[in-house]
Write a protein that binds this ligand. Structure first.
Ligand code: GAF
Length: 410
């Protein structure tokens, strides 16, 4: 029988994080434990920063943060995540008077510093925390957004904000912009905050409203295949795609490509270079495709949905040029199996994962077939739509008083 990777339970992850906390912080117990999920995007790629639609779901793969407040402004964070840059512990002092907290080394800590800087209820108290994650790094499943949202959720337990979930996602997106240097859209942080078990989210990235799209049919499986080609959005490709889209919208005289039609694009053909034309073509069609795909999923029309997934992949490969040979191989291998509805690359691209929608009884033969036809060594996750960020019960839920640095100074 073909096998997929086990997904660790949240309880096991929290237990592991507590153990690391106690071992490193003088045997004390952490007071707070939270988690936030990674995501897989079913369709709607590179549309979020064009104000379009996306259709992601939160995953059972997640980042857990446990920790406690300290009586000063000192912060210490340890990551138990393997494969991150050394050292695995960072210590810093919270800046006074809203001064910025600049990014530095190691790079994994920048997501934490970014969230601390953009947290919406300053001033924050110092804290000690341990991070554990089951989201594969560089797999295109939003390991960074899940870390940002987990840290934000942790800080909410120390120093509550107004609880506005969309504003929380936006603050985490800002952290990624300023501290990781990635001008990402809102999709990953939004679904990590607002994901809901049994549902994908159709997010309108212009209005920042989301509609639940039920996805709990037991005859259906969502299979993630990791190419194990590591992807990174910190290079120049992602920002350059974003700029090309903004240029195209400006030439079309629109505030974003969400406001443009294929006819507008055709009419402006002579004024756009061929690369910019192809980028805009992908985005305009993908926004439309995503809305259609959500409707197909609601009706249970999985074949229609699968066809749109493959169209999306082909457009990302040919027009947007963010796929790679390994992702193309994985998609064509999956599409060669009976019972597979559709398959496509997911996330930013240039490596990472594919997502495949298939009949439950086709899972084993699909995994086997992909293993036989892929030139690399893939890993597989059989997943279900999960809840967004949440808090655990073994620790205090919320302090009665909001920490005040002034009070401490007096
Ligand atoms: C990455 C980004 F972070 C998202 O905002 C989105 O643009 C995605 O790539 C592509 O759809 O995950």
């Amino acid at each position: 029988m073909a096998s997929s990777c086990p997904v660790p339970s949240v309880n096991d992850m929290v237990a592991e994080a507590r153990r690391v906390f106690q071992a490193n912080f003088g045997g004390q117990h952490p007071e707070v434990a939270v988690c936030a999920p990674g995501r897989v995007n079913l369709i709607g790629e590179h549309t979020d920063y064009n104000q379009g639609f996306v259709l992601p779901m939160a995953l059972p793969l997640m980042t857990v943060v446990v920790g406690s407040q300290t009586p000063d402004q000192n912060v210490s964070v340890i990551t138990a995540t393997e494969a991150v840059e050394e050292p695995r512990r960072v210590d810093f002092v919270l800046p006074k008077d809203n001064q910025p907290l600049p990014p530095g080394k190691p790079s994994w800590a920048n997501y934490i510093k970014g969230v601390v800087q953009h947290y919406r209820a300053q001033p924050l108290p110092g804290f000690r925390a341990v991070v554990v994650s089951s989201v594969p790094l560089g797999g295109g499943l939003s390991s960074s957004a899940s870390l940002e949202v987990a840290v934000y959720t942790f800080l909410q337990q120390l120093c509550p904000d107004d609880g506005d979930k969309v504003a929380k996602a936006v603050a985490c997106q800002q952290a990624e912009h300023t501290h990781a240097g990635v001008p990402c859209g809102i999709m990953d942080q939004f679904v990590s905050v607002l994901g809901m078990e049994g549902n994908a989210l159709l997010i309108d990235c212009r209005s920042l409203e989301a509609t639940l799209v039920p996805l709990a049919d037991p005859s259906l499986v969502i299979l993630i295949t990791n190419s194990n080609v590591r992807h990174s959005l910190t290079g120049s490709e992602y920002p350059s795609r974003r700029r090309q889209c903004e240029d195209a919208a400006a030439i079309l005289g629109r505030s974003s490509l969400r406001e443009a039609s294929l006819q507008d694009l055709e009419d402006a053909k002579g004024r756009l270079d061929s690369v910019t034309f192809r980028r805009a073509h992908h985005v305009i069609e993908e926004i439309k495709r995503t809305a259609e795909a959500a409707e197909a999923l609601k009706r249970g029309a999985y074949r229609d949905f699968g066809k749109l997934m493959v169209e999306s992949h082909n457009s990302l490969r040919d027009h947007y040029e963010v796929s790679c040979q390994e992702l193309d191989e994985l998609v064509s291998a999956a599409m060669g199996v009976e019972g597979v509805y559709g398959s496509r690359m997911t996330g930013g691209g240039f490596g990472g994962c594919t997502v495949t929608l298939l009949e439950a009884d086709a899972v084993d033969r699909t995994i086997q077939h992909i293993k036989e036809h892929y030139s690399g060594s893939p890993s597989f996750y059989i997943t279900k739509p999960s809840d967004g960020a949440r808090i655990f019960g073994f620790v205090q839920q919320q302090r009665n008083t909001v920490y005040s640095r002034d009070a401490e100074n007096n």
